[in-house]
Design a protein around this ligand. Sequence first.
Ligand SMILES: Cc1cc2nc3c(=O)[nH]c(=O)nc-3n(C[C@H](O)[C@H](O)[C@H](O)COP(=O)(O)OP(=O)(O)OC[C@H]3O[C@@H](n4cnc5c(N)ncnc54)[C@H](O)[C@@H]3O)c2cc1C
Length: 432
Amino acid sequence: MGVTTEADIHWHRTAGEAPVCAKLQDDIKADVVIVGGGLTGTRTAIGLAESGAKVVLLEAQRIGYGASGRSGGQCNPMWRATPDDLAKRLGGACAERLVETTIGSADALFADIEKYAVDCDPQQNGWVQAAHCGASRNNLERLAQAWNAVGTKIERLDRPGTENRTGSKAYGFSLFHPNGGHVHPLSMTRGFARAAIRLGAELYDRSPVQAMSRDGNKWRLTTPEGSVTAEQVILSTNGYTDNLWPNLKRTFFPMVSVSLATAPLSDNLRKTILPNSVTIADTRRAIYYSRYDRDGRLVFGCIGSTEDAATLGGVQRLKRGLRTVFPQLADTEIEATWAGRIAVTPEMMPHLHQPAPGVLAGLGYSGRGIAMTSVMARTMVQKVLGAADDTLPFPISPIQPIPMHWAARKVIPLGAPAMTLRDQIDTLFDPT
Ligand SMILES: Cc1cc2nc3c(=O)[nH]c(=O)nc-3n(C[C@H](O)[C@H](O)[C@H](O)COP(=O)(O)OP(=O)(O)OC[C@H]3O[C@@H](n4cnc5c(N)ncnc54)[C@H](O)[C@@H]3O)c2cc1C
């Protein structure tokens, strides 16, 4: 075991072809330069290239290197806040736009997959959001009531209903979100990248942006062997944000998610465990989530400590979690384990920043990026094309470093075992 490499990540074994990208070895010009080749960056490149802009994307490693190629790939099109909470936080008009966009976000994602011919095993069969304790059950009840009042069709499931939908006896209550689903996250990222290239965007990999500076009314971004000069810069580096823009990486907690993939399950097991290929994610602080891949392997995840999935018992925690939710799988072979970084903001909602003229940053999906990266990408495209701020679904907020961020970074690895302990206490003393 050690820091996760491509060879560890299950998705690399089953992904669609990687786009062919060169390393930037020239000084070039563009209208827009995007930093980061994950779902946010590639989907933004599609939207801007479609508008006729000359788009260049620079990725430090390979397309899909970050969270987008390591993700659970669940499309969970819902916030943890109610529309009323959002209105208090963002103001009524902005919250209304965000609510409307959120409700349509899953359908918009699956429509994009079709429109851009993205080969990524998409399945839109619903998401079960399960309560791990009584207090969470009350929160979910409140969430369903509030969102259904503005147009969603969330179903409430009691214990037998939850067991029927998921094959798990671990939960006394859950919500069923019918338009949730799952995708192959690395294939989707690569597919978006290929679509952007088809539309005329230039994508470079192995091209880390090391500095950006003002050059007249433009920005000049330099990589080890080249540079790009452009009027507009988009930063889409999420949990992998470095020191390129001052304080950007201090706007979120750099948490880690760990995952495992089982060997393919038998047809009999697949009839009862997540039948019809629904997905499940629960309300634990150290969240348990799972879904199938296209060959019937169960991909199961939870919160981890570092980019080595095994740190502080991460792999054991994954296996215990799998046994808790699906004891039927106690003896199932585990084929792969891996880790990836997620960017968690204090309010668990993404941020859109405009820290200087011609610079936008969209990040902080807090573990809900599969549909929301596309929402953010479309928002940044609108903004670059001249949309007024009061028409965007996300408010533009200033970069506000989290106080004592350095200290938080130090204790984050301990967070996973601590959160797991709190979750165990909840289920013991406040069962659903
Ligand atoms: C294990 C795991 C499981 C997850 N499960 C789910 C899930 O089931 N459902 C869900 O909705 N979300 C999930 N997420 C979150 C979701 O995957 C992310 O929110 C989403 O992929 C973020 O995409 P992104 O493009 O913004 O960032 P990333 O995919 O992280 O891409 C950022 C890229 O920026 C590049 N970069 C950084 N600095 C530079 C630089 N200076 N120059 C050039 N390039 C740079 C990095 O190399 C990286 O490739 C999960 C995340 C992880 C890690």
